[in-house]
Design a protein around this ligand. Structure first.
Ligand code: B12
Ligand code: SF4
Length: 507
């Protein structure tokens, strides 16, 4: 069959710092191709709407699948599906990906017939049975499927993440993927899942708290096949198992592969497995994202981060000693007042690291979606991008955004000041000389995008699609939040009709 896979547009507030290849969709594309189908991919992060229209008209897909890892992209994907159905009424349109897996039934209802199905969970194992069913019938039997007729069997999990290898060859404009000065930048996955259970995060609920590792040889072979000099390791927490990080490093050393790497990890993992990170600095590890989340013990307990402030600060010292550039994430609680923002600015200016701020947001699939007692002030999907406040703020909303943006720009000025002093000009010159303009654009765009009035105005846009209401009840058994469970696929939730607005959360 002719299958077109689409990744939606980038979210405005993250596009400044990064734009990365859609690895999940590339893996879904690879599984589709392996099942004998003809596949094309349109990534709207780097292509325009008119490119999608052109692909629909020239390729005339029989099936179109959208990747929806981000809630904020759901309205865009529904509108695009409607347009595709208008152009090709017989085309089977479906959604898959992280976030849509938690709100599948609601999204189908909101799409009013322009989306035929949502596939929950990992996409690779679902593609062959799905396409067979689209052609020959039997949709209800596809693992992970949800249609307006009800739910199919539980989603299946990949046995090994070694294959299929992402179909990177299908991506146009690969040079547009970058993260900060790593421009251009590819992505790779060494492990899948996370064994922790932070209350604000859905990474562990999606994978049912499972954790899988690529074999070191497969990981090294994949890295060897990547042309870009820079690589973002997408793992939720890199190098949890030191022997795994070491084994991949050994394979790379043997093959003499050297690139520059960016990864995400936790403070306690960095402290526990320092030698592995040190070994990776010799292979090119340059940047690290540390989810510190809060500066005090109370905040860390609230997010069930299972780490203490001392470990966080010791981890920063360790990273500095290893010469790794660190970006720290802190979660802004909408309850913060001016004094709290001032303290955060003071902290951010006192450390050499880059401090990144995200606004505490209850998402479907997280525990706080169920337990957060503050009422949502909006259910507009587009505002669930962790840059907007979706629960009541202590400060009036305009002052909250003014403080947030002020803090972000103070931090950004510090960052740019440091980079100018220590070589941004050189890096910029080097990238431009190689025709890479992503990093330069990032430096110029900040003030245009980060603007309190703009953020406030985002709340006033007419709303067409809304998130379901959170159930607002304590979570009895946390396994009920999982998308993937360790049960056999046949014993998962049996086919059932679509329920009321909170039906997906009850799942
Ligand atoms: C890497 C990553 C990124 C990369 C994304 C690169 C890209 N273009 O896709 C970067 C760093 C850019 C990023 C940015 C952001 N991210 Co992010 N990110 C992740 C992370 C850590 C891993 C995703 C990944 O690549 N996994 C590996 C691949 C193989 O898996 P996958 O993409 O999930 O794909 C599988 C399934 O989802 C499914 N699937 C995916 N697409 C499709 C399509 C079809 C048709 C089908 C059938 C199946 C399917 O099958 C795939 C294979 O099994 C996840 C956490 C997680 N563990 O999922 C957070 C996560 C997805 N990100 C999150 C957030 C909040 C963000 C930001 C909004 C943060 C911010 N404000 O800066 C931005 C928004 C970016 C944007 N849209 O413009 C949240 C999503 C929250 C939500 N409910 O919307 C997550 C869940 C993290 C979290 N802890 O809460 N992110
Ligand atoms: S925040 Fe990080 S450590 Fe916590 S559950 Fe999510 S991915 Fe795991």
């Amino acid at each position: 069959m002719r299958v077109l896979l689409v990744h939606p547009s980038p979210l405005m507030y993250s596009e400044i710092f990064l734009r990365l290849e859609p690895l999940g969709l590339e893996r879904v594309a690879a599984a589709t191709r392996e099942a004998g189908h003809e596949v094309r991919v349109v990534d709207l992060q780097v292509l325009r709407r008119k490119d999608l229209r052109a692909a629909v008209h020239s390729f005339r897909p029989e099936v179109v699948g959208f990747s929806l890892n981000y809630l904020a992209n759901i309205p865009e994907a529904i509108d695009l599906s409607r347009a595709i159905k208008r152009a090709l009424p017989d085309c089977f349109v479906f959604f898959g990906g992280h976030s849509v897996s938690f709100v599948a039934g609601d999204v189908l209802r909101q799409a009013e017939g322009c989306v035929d199905a949502v596939v929950r969970g990992e996409g690779e194992p679902a593609m062959a049975p799905l396409l067979e069913a689209v052609r020959d019938g039997g949709l209800k039997e596809v693992p992970g499927i949800v249609t307006t007729d009800g739910w199919g069997p539980a989603p299946k999990m990949l046995h090994s993440i070694d294959s299929p290898m992402p179909a990177r060859d299908l991506m146009r404009h690969r040079r547009r993927y970058f993260i900060g000065e790593l421009d251009p930048c590819a992505s790779i996955e060494f492990t899948r899942g996370c064994p922790w259970d932070c209350s604000f995060c859905s990474a562990w609920t999606f994978y049912g708290r499972s954790y899988r590792k690529a074999s070191p040889r497969a990981a090294a072979e994949e890295l060897a096949s990547i042309r870009e000099p820079n690589v973002f390791i997408v793992d939720d927490v890199a190098f949890i198992r030191p022997e795994h990080g070491d084994a991949i490093a050994a394979e790379l050393e043997q093959r003499r592969i050297r690139k520059q790497y960016y990864l995400e990890t936790r403070a306690d993992v960095l402290l526990r497995n320092t030698e592995v990170f040190e070994r990776w600095t010799r292979l090119g590890l340059r940047y690290m994202f540390l989810g510190m989340e809060a500066l005090d013990a109370e905040g860390l307990d609230l997010f069930r981060k299972r780490v203490n402030p001392d470990d966080n600060f010791r981890a920063l010292e360790t990273a500095r000693r290893l010469g790794i550039n660190v970006a720290i994430n802190l979660i802004v609680d909408p309850a913060w007042d001016e004094e709290r923002f001032r303290l955060v600015r003071e902290f951010a200016l006192s450390v050499p690291e880059i401090v990144h701020l995200t606004v505490m947001t209850p998402y479907p699939g997280t525990e706080i979606w169920h337990t957060e007692s503050r009422r949502l002030t909006t259910r507009d999907y587009r505002l669930f991008d962790i840059q907007h406040a979706v629960v009541p703020t202590t400060l009036p909303l305009d002052r909250f955004y003014a403080e947030l943006v002020r803090t972000q720009s103070v931090i950004n000025r510090k960052h740019l000041g440091l980079r100018t002093a220590f070589g941004a000009a050189r890096i910029l010159g080097d990238r431009l000389a190689h025709g890479q303009t992503n990093f330069a654009r990032m430096l110029w765009k900040f003030n245009r995008v980060y603007n309190p009035n703009r953020q406030l105005a985002d709340h006033r846009r007419p709303v067409r699609y809304e998130l379901p209401l959170p159930p607002g009840a304590p979570v009895g058994n946390r396994r009920e939040l999982y998308i993937h469970t360790k049960q056999s696929p046949r014993t998962g939730p049996s086919p059932r009709p679509l329920g009321g607005p909170a039906a997906d959360q009850a799942q």
